[in-house]
Design a protein around this ligand. Structure first.
Ligand code: GLA
Length: 382
């Protein structure tokens, strides 16, 4: 991948680029908790976005996407949001300009193997790769946390998704063989060794890409805020669902709005579940962690309503399989992958059976990825 992107770049631009790699991510548990000031437990994976970049002497931005075999040209003052692949790159340029950095033109080639729309945060990986690379070539002296926040803002303004901080954080701060417990309120984090002893993380990609994903995502954020608004008059110190108990929800939200109640209940339970799941992981209680993942799926499907029939099928299909410790839908929802903890020697057989059953039941092709964890965003040597 590194040789390929380096060669593509030199062929097009006749110079040596800086190459930056930024990984996709999985999330073990803690879904939709990031924008509620809760905790998440993601890990960076061995599927990544690569950018090759060099600065120019003018203000032209010259982009080439290897996956689409497509070029795009604009200027620094001429950037605009769009629905196309380059919006994630230009969104970072927009953030840099807004923060007063002196950015000139640049040449950039992008490539990667994070499947798009699979819930593995390919867009966050692009944003982090670009932020990191531009920070290097323009010598901006930004630290990783500043770049993470910038990438999140780029997603809000140029992609129109009011996402939390998890995806960018995981891509930037990933560490091989570790998951990261991130407190999304204080941004304190702790690396937890991901010791799965004879088990592996397997993703089953439903290959469903629901157009609902971004619009419903924003609606869920509003529903969480609606819950807070019902509680705040009684508990002025409550700032987010992180501060809320089930008792408060039962008292102030359930009588007023059943739908908002169910959404908020999931979040409050999920924040609690994550805390005990981290203890499970530290103590090697993988069965207990797995059970919590199944419970998360149940909540995401029934109460938070961000699943779909294909993801429900995939989670249910492994539920009583003794080789699968836990499984659930992952990420924003409405499509993408389930994350599964599967006994190593059972992976091939399970994948084959599931592939056939999924095709019969849903008329869709399943894809399976066995994932390893990896380091976060950084420079690659050719
Ligand atoms: C998407 C968002 C994240 C997070 C997850 C759900 O991946 O980008 O910020 O909210 O959904 O946990």
């Amino acid at each position: 991948m590194i040789q390929k992107i380096s060669q593509l770049f030199t062929e097009r631009f006749s110079e040596q680029p800086l190459i930056v790699r930024s990984p996709g991510r999985v999330n073990i548990i803690g879904e939709h908790t990031d924008y509620n000031d809760g905790f998440v437990l993601p890990a960076a994976i061995d599927k990544a976005v690569y950018v090759a970049v060099a600065k120019r002497d003018d203000d032209t931005i010259n982009l080439f996407a290897a996956n689409f075999n497509e070029a795009f040209e604009t200027t620094v003052p001429g950037i605009q949001p769009s629905q196309l692949w380059h919006t994630y790159i230009l969104g970072i340029v927009d953030q840099l300009i807004k923060q007063g950095h002196n950015i000139g033109g640049f040449n950039l080639v992008i490539d990667g193997d994070v499947p798009a729309g699979a819930g593995l945060s390919s867009s966050a990986a692009v944003e982090c790769a670009v932020a990191f690379a531009l920070n290097e070539v323009f010598k901006l002296n930004l630290n990783k946390m500043q770049m993470v926040k910038m990438a999140q803002q780029a997603e809000h303004t140029y992609a129109g998704v009011q996402c939390g901080i998890m995806d960018m954080f995981a891509s930037m701060f990933g560490k091989k063989d570790h998951a990261i417990k991130l407190d999304c309120r204080s941004l304190d984090y702790e690396y937890i060794p991901l010791q799965l002893e004879g088990y592996k993380l397997v993703l089953f990609n439903s290959n469903v890409k629901h157009s609902l994903a971004s619009s419903e995502y924003n609606v869920r954020r509003q529903q969480c805020e609606a819950g807070i608004a019902l509680i705040q008059p009684h508990h002025p110190r409550v700032k987010s669902l992180r501060d809320v108990s089930l008792q408060m929800l039962n008292e102030y939200v359930q009588p007023k709005d059943e739908l908002v109640y169910r959404r908020c209940k999931f979040i409050v339970e999920e924040i609690e579940r994550l805390t005990t799941a981290c203890d499970d992981l530290k103590q090697g209680h993988l069965h207990s962690l797995g059970n919590k993942m199944f419970a998360t799926h149940e909540g995401l499907s029934k109460d938070y309503a961000v699943s779909c029939k294909e993801l429900d099928f995939l989670a249910a299909a492994v539920k009583n399989n003794p080789a699968v410790l836990g499984a659930r839908m992952m990420g924003g929802g409405f499509g993408g992958c389930t994350i599964n903890i599967v006994k190593e020697e059972a992976i091939d057989q399970l994948t084959e059976t599931l592939y056939n059953n999924y095709k019969t039941a849903m008329g869709m092709e399943l894809a399976a990825y066995i994932v390893q964890t990896s380091a976060g965003t950084g420079i690659e040597k050719v």
